[in-house]
Design a protein around this ligand. Structure first.
Ligand code: NDP
Length: 339
């Protein structure tokens, strides 16, 4: 198994006298900043001057423009979206970096595709949370923590690993476990998970069941709208994918294990499709396509979004959600501030 690090492997005191600059006060940035501060770390925030900047100030942080925060901090967490990071890094961050600064990225994307020009006089590490931003804060507050993948990409000072582990401890990740990985591994696994077609698989099931005459409510409640999936996801994570089957009836277990088992030819075809997804990520085709898509004004993205949101399933979902007193598309009930 990959080497794993826990609280006992991480010494927070190596951060004493150092300032952490959180660049980007968004999903990850806000949660990581609050966690680090609660762990006793000196934190400043860098953000463009907008509502997120004001939020950082309201949360009690000293907030600066990105370039000024980059110049002031000893450790910089680059918590801006991967797709805008290369340009922002080149223009607003890199010119202000001091010798010996540490850069921490929360994803392998720009490291694997070498789309940011890393200064040789910097330590560089990836600490990629396997947790959405709200969960980073919630699991810190609950004491549970969340797992991350770690890699040291450059060790200019010879201190990159202890500093990265201290940072990981400060955000609450070594409580759960920080696993040694690589930018490539993080990128391929993360993108693959996004590309293999989960939302369309659920919609396909919806289509065939409603075409067969079953009510949208029954189908949506069966597949995801009841919230049962949240309990199942917890069971997957805490008991194990196949061990959690004991929570289901024996009829269900038989259906999942025997009836649902793919035939060898289907399995082989599906594996071939999935291997092609890996190739598409590894050889850079996905990254090039996505870059070109953004440069062209997101035509395929907006078309797919429009098609998805105008599918009849979405109107049925809205009706069901109204009956359940939920507001479709509204995250506020689900993710109130994790404070
Ligand atoms: P967000 O989408 O929440 O954005 C973060 C910040 O980036 C915001 O404060 C935003 O500022 C700023 N930003 C966006 N565009 C620009 C721009 N053009 N110029 C300047 N600032 C900009 O990012 P995430 O927190 O989701 O992601 C940050 C990193 O964390 C990424 O590397 C991502 O891969 C990684 N990650 C994210 C996870 C997640 O669950 N979201 C999970 C694990 C890793 P403003 O609000 O002012 O617009």
């Amino acid at each position: 198994m990959a080497q794993a690090f826990f609280d006992s492997d991480a010494d927070l005191s190596v951060l004493a006298g150092r300032t952490v600059g959180i660049l980007g006060y968004g999903n990850q940035g806000r949660s990581q900043a609050l966690n680090l501060r609660d762990s006793g770390v000196a934190v400043i925030v860098g953000n463009q001057r907008d509502a997120s900047f004001e939020r950082a100030v309201a949360d009690g942080f000293a907030a600066y423009d990105l370039s000024e925060a980059a110049a002031r901090a000893d450790i910089l967490a680059l918590l801006i979206p991967d797709e805008v990071m290369p340009e922002i890094f080149a223009e607003q961050i890199r010119p202000h970096l001091a010798d010996g600064v540490m850069l921490i990225l929360a994803s392998g994307y720009n490291l694997y595709y070498r789309s940011i020009d890393l200064p040789p006089m910097a330590d560089v590490a990836m600490i990629a949370p396997r947790m959405i931003g709200t969960g980073v804060r919630e699991t810190y507050l609950s004491g549970e923590g969340f797992p991350s993948l770690l890699s040291v990409e450059q060790d200019h000072t010879g201190q990159a690993l202890p500093l990265a582990l201290a940072y990981a401890r400060g955000i609450g990740s070594t409580r759960a476990g920080v696993f040694l990985s690589s930018a490539e591994e993080e990128t391929v696994c993360d993108l693959f998970n996004e590309h293999f077609g989960y939302v369309y698989a659920l919609r396909r099931a919806y289509e065939v069941l409603t075409e067969a005459g079953y009510s949208p409510e029954a189908v949506l409640l069966e597949f995801y709208a009841s919230g049962e999936e949240m309990e199942l996801a917890r069971a997957h994570a805490y008991m194990g994918l196949f061990h959690q089957l004991v929570l289901h009836s024996q009829t269900s277990q038989y259906g999942q294990l025997v009836t649902g088992k793919p035939a060898p030819d289907y399995d082989a075809a599906e594996k071939a499709r999935l291997r092609a997804l890996i190739d598409n990520i590894r050889d850079g085709r996905f990254a090039r396509e996505w870059k070109q898509e953004r440069e062209s004004g997101l035509p395929a993205f907006l078309r797919a979004q429009q098609e998805a949101l105008s599918h009849p399933m979405i109107a049925e979902e809205r009706r069901l959600f109204e009956a359940l007193k939920r507001r479709q598309g509204d995250p506020s009930a689900l993710f109130p501030d994790a404070e």
